[in-house]
Design a protein around this ligand. Structure first.
Ligand code: PLP
Length: 414
């Protein structure tokens, strides 16, 4: 290694993002062979069937009407109060838990994760998530000198693996007093899996049992980045009502993001919503996370917070946004349905997809399979145990026949 002037904890860090790398290959292929010849299933953003990035029309209309002073001005460090109330109402819908609920604005869902890891675990603690997970979870942990460990998301029946979850929680709580768990549901990235309401009951029982020891402090981030693309509005929110009446040492943090819900990826607006039965824990949640805002990015994008407040204040606008999003939910569903049906027809194993931007196929040799597919101008993201396919970004016509090509590539590398 050459000269280094970095602090010891920063030496050698390079963010090699597999997703952007895979996308770069697809972009190159488009330049060489033309757009029609290339299937780019790497992008984590919603594209319409003409492969154009989608902005929900009413969101665009309201955004363009936000007064310039609201766009350029600073915002309160904790976020605009109207935005925070709108975010909580939007997230919980008719399933608000019977608990204290407090919100702090963050730089998207990533900001929620950053603050949760920093404020609810000790230095060098281990954070727990599922074995299929969004890669940045690990980077977010390691940046602040925490580790990430995983449990098996699925049992052999392809349902939530409660015994694996429970045993990892027990093992970690033997070593540390603070435990942060990150669960990405509904419409999990990368598989599209949604924890069922019955599975939630089991998860909560395990967490409550672990919290029986008053020395232990357990925090669960529910990463709901894809909530609004996960199914019928009220049905997919039902699990929130289970989060009430918890012991004081069990805190839930719901991670809201406008990136997908309002097609505002680059605007960096989200909120962390604390759900607790304890007034002190609620007050502490607001205080320490506001402090972390001040200490990391100060305040966030005022204009987009205002935009959400404006949409929420007008029932018609809000209903219009919900309707437009529903249309795109159906578009993604249609694409995923085609892939799922074709996968079944060619005997391609898929992980259990319920909804969302991505589905995944398991394989022991993801890199080799992706390489084979790349040679046919199909681009997807190789993960540790499989391949992620962004159905949010592939036009319906190009989905057709994809499953067979995946199957052939897998058979070829066997
Ligand atoms: N969580 C998951 C699982 C994601 O896939 C993403 C974005 O891709 C996020 C959180 C955070 O997104 P943002 O920081 O843009 O809100």
């Amino acid at each position: 290694m050459g000269h280094t002037v970095a602090a010891s904890h920063s030496i050698g860090k390079v963010a090699t993002d597999k997703i952007f790398g895979a996308n770069a290959l697809a972009v190159k292929a488009v330049a060489q062979f033309g757009k029609d010849k290339v299937t780019n299933a790497t992008i984590g953003a919603l594209l319409d069937d003409n492969e154009q990035l989608v902005c929900l029309p009413t969101v665009e209309k309201v955004y363009r009407s936000v007064p310039i002073t609201e766009v350029i001005n600073y915002a309160p460090i904790a976020g605009l109060p109207d935005f925070l109330n709108a975010a909580m109402d939007h997230v919980f819908g008719e399933s608000r838990p019977d608990a204290f609920t407090k919100a702090v604005a963050t730089s998207g869902g990533s900001g929620v994760l950053h603050h949760a890891i920093w404020n609810y675990t000790e230095l060098h603690d281990t954070v727990l998530t599922t074995d299929w997970y969004w890669g940045p979870y690990k980077v977010l942990c390691e940046e602040v000198l925490r580790k990430l460990d995983t449990f098996s998301l699925f049992n052999e029946k392809m349902q939530f693996n409660a015994p694996s979850f429970e045993s990892k929680i027990k093992a970690l709580l033997e070593k540390q007093n603070n435990l942060l768990v990150i669960l990405n549901t509904p419409a999990h990235n990368p598989t599209g899996y949604t924890v069922t309401d019955a599975e939630w009951d089991g998860i909560i029982d395990i967490l409550k049992a672990a919290a029986k020891n008053p020395v232990k402090k357990i925090t669960v981030v529910i990463d709901i980045a894809y909530l609004d693309f996960s199914g019928e509005r009220n049905a997919c929110r039902k699990f929130f009502s289970k989060l009430g009446k918890m012991p004081a040492n069990l805190l839930f943090i719901v991670g809201f993001s406008m990136s997908k819900s309002y097609t505002m990826y680059g605007q960096r607006v989200g909120a962390m919503i604390g759900v607790t039965s304890d007034a002190d824990v609620a007050k502490e949640f607001e205080d320490i996370n506001q402090y972390s805002n001040r200490a990391t990015w100060s305040n966030i994008n005022r204009g987009v917070m205002r935009m959400m407040a404006m949409i929420y204040a007008d029932k018609e606008l809000y209903a219009q946004v919900e309707k437009e999003r529903e249309g795109y939910y159906q578009l993604i569903k249609q694409r995923a349905d085609i892939f799922t049906q074709e996968a079944a027809a060619v005997n391609l194993t898929m992980l259990p997809y319920s909804a969302g931007y991505f589905l995944s196929v398991p394989t022991d040799s993801p890199d080799a399979v992706v390489e084979k597919l790349n040679a046919e101008n199909i681009f997807a993201v190789a993960l540790g145990k499989g391949i992620r396919i962004a159905v949010c970004a592939v036009p319906t016509e190009k989905i057709k026949g994809m499953a067979a090509k995946f199957k052939a590539a897998m058979d070829a590398v066997k």
